[in-house]
Design a protein around this ligand. Structure first.
Ligand SMILES: C[S@@+](CC[C@H](N)C(=O)[O-])C[C@H]1O[C@@H](n2cnc3c(N)ncnc32)[C@H](O)[C@@H]1O
Length: 340
């Protein structure tokens, strides 16, 4: 299996893992996502040292955390709150069927699954493990930035926990596959080397792979240096019934039934009409069924008006940016003239 280099397998290097990124913006994002969906049961695949898994479990979610590295799991099990998480050694192939509302691969796990067949098998197993309409979230660095070109010993040198110095060297790229070494120098003078490999797959590759195995991908910024994917597990068949519950807009849910034993509840809180229609379309709820339910509740729905309102808002944001840009040009011009 691709993915477990020395940095994930050697207990001395695993102990340093969290100090590469002491502050992680993705963890609050994923904690928020889990609360918003809301996700009762979550699988954190490639959980590493268990930072995210424990955060989620402390907030009351049922969390299964999976990783093929025994050293990573051993470290995770010593974290305060670790007893709230179900830890499993393995990869996605050990997951069951339709058990989870949310699956996450945080901290660019897909990059370390370098073999395409392994990654496709991982996505397929995650699709099976999610309930229909369940959400998959992961991130992967965008190959358009060629970030590895900046990986020299000088630019990557860091002081990690316990005074350990670390840096990248010997970086070799072949297309989107990048091999490099991480050198560690401990205060007692000992050194360790991790031989790493990453794949930086393109947005298009990942979108197609997800579609092939039954995920619908939310629109996202494909120019971003870090691609953040949110995808829904597409139900295998169209919905047969729909009921809205709760009070719009703050506490509003759709209960969708696919057959007598299979129904899902999705949060619609704070979505506008167009977003509700898009989310339900991805869940294979026929538009006619949505309108019928909206009429039954006496909702004043006008998607066209909503689209118009949005494009007006976009235009006014554009006009504002344009005005600021011209102001800046004028200011620069006046400054230069006064300097001449
Ligand atoms: C970059 S670390 C990320 C760890 C953690 N998710 C985080 O956010 O800190 C990648 C993790 O993926 C795990 N891994 C490697 N191959 C894997 C596979 N095929 N399936 C699941 N996890 C894998 C490694 O053992 C390692 O713990």
């Amino acid at each position: 299996m691709s993915g477990v280099s020395e940095e994930f397998a050697d207990p001395r290097l695993v102990a340093l893992h969290d100090s590469w990124d002491p502050v992680r913006a993705d963890i609050p994002f994923l904690v928020d996502l889990a609360a918003q969906l809301p996700a009762r049961s979550i699988v954190d695949l490639g959980c590493g040292t268990g930072r995210l898994a424990v955060e989620l479990a402390l907030r009351g979610h049922q969390v299964t955390a999976v990783d093929p590295s025994p050293a990573m799991l051993e470290h995770a099990r010593h974290r305060p709150g670790a007893s709230l998480v179900r830890w499993t050694e393995g990869d996605a192939s050990c997951l069951g069927v339709a058990e989870y509302d949310l699956a996450v691969l945080a901290g660019q796990v897909v990059e370390v699954i370098t073999d395409d067949r392994d990654l496709l098998a991982t996505f397929t197993a995650l699709r099976r493990a999610l309930r229909p309409g369940g959400t998959l979230s992961f991130d992967s660095r965008n190959p358009i930035t060629r970030c590895w070109l900046a990986w020299t010993p000088r630019t990557t040198r860091r002081l990690l926990a316990d005074g350990v110095e670390a840096w990248f060297q010997d970086v070799h790229a072949e297309g989107d596959r990048v091999r490099y070494q991480t050198h560690y120098r401990f205060p007692d003078g000992t050194e360790r080397v991790s031989h790493n490999e990453r794949r930086f797959r393109s947005y298009a590759w990942l979108v197609h792979a997800l579609a092939d195995v039954g995920f619908a991908v939310d629109p996202m910024d494909y120019d971003d240096p870090n691609l953040v994917f949110l995808a829904s597990a597409t139900p295998p068949r169209p919905a047969v019934a729909l009921r809205f519950e709760g009070t719009p807009p703050a506490d509003w849910r759709a209960v969708i039934r696919y057959d007598p034993n299979d129904s899902v509840t999705v949060a619609l809180a704070d979505l506008d009409t167009v977003e509700v229609l898009a989310r339900l379309r991805r869940l294979r709820v026929p538009a006619e069924m949505v309108y019928r339910e909206a009429r039954r509740l006496g909702l004043d729905w006008d998607p066209e008006r909503e689209v118009h309102r949005r494009s007006e808002a976009d235009m006014s944001a554009w006009r504002q940016r344009d005005r600021e840009h011209r102001e800046r040009l004028k200011h620069d011009f006046l400054r230069r003239r006064s300097e001449d």
